[in-house]
Ligand binder design. Structure first.
Ligand code: FAD
Ligand code: DHB
Length: 394
């Protein structure tokens, strides 16, 4: 088989790249290890920056997003038992949108299959070769047969645990890594959201986040120990902890309880690979970098990488040479490091550190107070949270 761009991974990054390339008249093949059901039901990110909503809408994927997305103009920070609203739209003119990652993935898969374009699930033994040659290859097995795809370019969009990053000789990469001393326990519950907008709470028992997926589905996260066993968390314990961490001085209860439909624990890590290119292989999304989820940046960064990469690939096929392909990693990494900084900052500000001394605690609370009282402080959070302006190659 022969294609122009071979894409490894059918997450938001890989599927969006295939979609944008198709609209530009460029062929691609998407190869994924998991099943379609698994990929469509994996519950992860929920918050889209404006640029992500814009690209999905502008390229024909906005219909369900417009109908089911929940558009938020602000966000609440809660600490010392009080809530403080940050007016995102008033400060930046932008808003954020709640629309589950699996919904984005479903929309992208439906568009690809409706167009009759190649998207292969449950492939095994995927391997890359000839990355320094003009015609690199992807080999894989499916239905007990061995397949080989000859490409011009390969996009490694196979997430943090994928194989593409490992296909690059380690001596050609520099990696930056930080593991945080806590994890998030996330639940999806059949109950109305706590409030119209998201609530990020700092509490002496640990961080908590109240978010949502629809008017009848709540999503909540709790800071827990990294080695925490999910079996130790009964429904009652989860609800009690959420009520305690979200408590307000006026005693008003906000979290609505309901049947827990899904639960899981996610480790927290910052990780960056530089550069995001080796020969004809381009890494994008979680394959190249991950952030702790506090700033809601992971999927948005994956989408931003793809917008830059898609334009560079278009320029390559338009006969403009490899200049933009060469610039891809530098442009993408600028945004990645800004998002890393913001995610690390939000995480440090809102989580409980076991060995935090009383002075550090007071300084963090003072910083939260500054963000909530000073327009400059609020803007620092707001402009990063809604997403910094997107730099595109020209
Ligand atoms: P992935 O979504 O990981 O997709 C990679 C795909 O490649 C997968 O389908 C995988 O099965 C496949 N794959 C793996 N190995 C191979 C292989 N060898 N060959 C072929 N295919 C392979 N981000 C936000 O922006 N906002 C949020 O609110 C947010 N909240 C989050 C909450 C949680 C609890 C978690 C865990 C993450 C959150 N994120 C958030 C991060 C976000 O989910 C990721 O950044 C996003 O999934 C990255 O997309 P991707 O396409 O790069 O990678
Ligand atoms: C969601 C997840 C996040 O990490 C975040 O910061 C905001 C929202 C979510 O799953 O809805």
């Amino acid at each position: 088989m022969r294609t122009q761009v071979g894409i490894i991974g059918a997450g938001p990054a890989g599927l969006l790249l295939a979609h944008l390339l198709h609209r530009a008249g460029i062929d691609s093949v998407v190869i994924e290890t998991c099943s379609r059901t698994y990929v469509e039901e994996r519950i992860r990110a929920g918050l889209l920056e404006q640029h992500a909503v814009d690209i999905l809408t502008e390229t024909g994927l906005g219909e369900r997003l417009r109908r089911e997305g929940m558009f938020h103009d602000g966000v609440e920070l809660r600490f010392d038992g009080e809530g403080h609203r940050i007016d995102l739209h008033g400060l930046t003119g932008k808003r954020v949108t709640i629309y589950g990652q699996q919904e984005v993935v479903k929309d992208l898969i439906a568009a690809r299959l409706a167009a009759g374009l190649p998207l292969l699930f449950e492939a095994e033994g995927i391997a890359l070769s000839g990355l320094d040659d003009p015609r690199p290859r992807i080999t894989y097995q499916s239905a007990d047969a061995e397949h080989s795809v000859e490409c011009d370019l390969i996009a490694g969009c196979d997430g943090f645990h994928g194989m593409c990053r490992g296909a690059i000789p380690p001596a050609r990469l520099t990696t930056y890594d930080r593991v945080y001393p806590f994890a998030w326990l996330g639940i999806l519950a059949a109950a109305p959201p706590a409030a119209h907008e998201l609530i990020y709470a700092r509490h002496e028992r640990g961080f908590a986040l109240a978010t949502m997926r629809s008017p009848t589905l709540s999503r909540h996260y709790l800071q827990v120990a990294p080695e925490e066993n999910i079996a130790a968390w009964s429904d009652d314990r989860i609800w009690a902890e959420l009520h305690a961490r979200m408590a307000r001085h006026d005693g008003a209860r906000q979290i609505n309880e309901g049947p827990i439909r899904q639960r899981g624990i996610t480790a927290m890590r910052s990780f960056v690979t530089e550069p995001m290119r080796h020969g004809r292989l381009f890494l994008a999304g979680d394959a190249a970098h991950i952030v702790p989820p506090t700033g809601a940046k992971g999927m948005n960064l994956a989408i931003a990488d793809i917008r830059v990469l898609a334009l560079a690939i278009e320029a390559f096929y338009a006969g403009r040479g490899e200049g933009l392909l060469d610039a891809y990693s530098t442009i993408a990494l600028r945004r990645v490091w800004n998002a890393q900084r913001f995610s690390w900052w939000m995480t440090s500000l809102l989580h409980r550190f076991d060995h935090e001394d009383p002075f550090e605690h007071k300084v963090r609370v003072a910083e939260l107070d500054y963000i909530c009282r000073s327009p400059a402080g609020a803007m620092t959070l707001a402009e990063n949270y809604v997403g910094l302006p997107l730099e595109l190659p020209v």
